[in-house]
Write a protein that binds this ligand. Sequence first.
Ligand SMILES: [Cu+2]
Length: 132
Amino acid sequence: MKMLQTTVLAAAVAALTAGLSAAQGATATLNASLVDADAKAKKQAATVKVDVAGIKMVDPATVNEKPMAGQGHLHYQVDDGPVIATTTTKLSFHGLKPGAHHIKVMLAANDHSPLGPEKMLDVTVPTSAASR
Ligand SMILES: [Cu+2]
């Protein structure tokens, strides 16, 4: 009887823990990749495609930027440029100067604080692209 109670308790704790981590967005994941990277780079451009899971894309303006578990949006940043906050999971950048660039994509909460998952993409625009 005592063993049965322990088992039931352990199961309840496991269920509670799983529920908590889901509510806190701990299961949110982000992956980002470049679409047609080489051809775009030759045109001084980059297109980023993002896959998010375990989180709902919410426009922070619609919820008064109040943080809420399970809600977030994306921040895109090229090099040290301004941060673009959006719910779009596909974004193109044009007019990249020749050389190396870093595009950072991260999951942000409704108040724009980082949620953790992020991905850095490297783009190199060939020097020859500038003389077009
Ligand atoms: Cu934001």
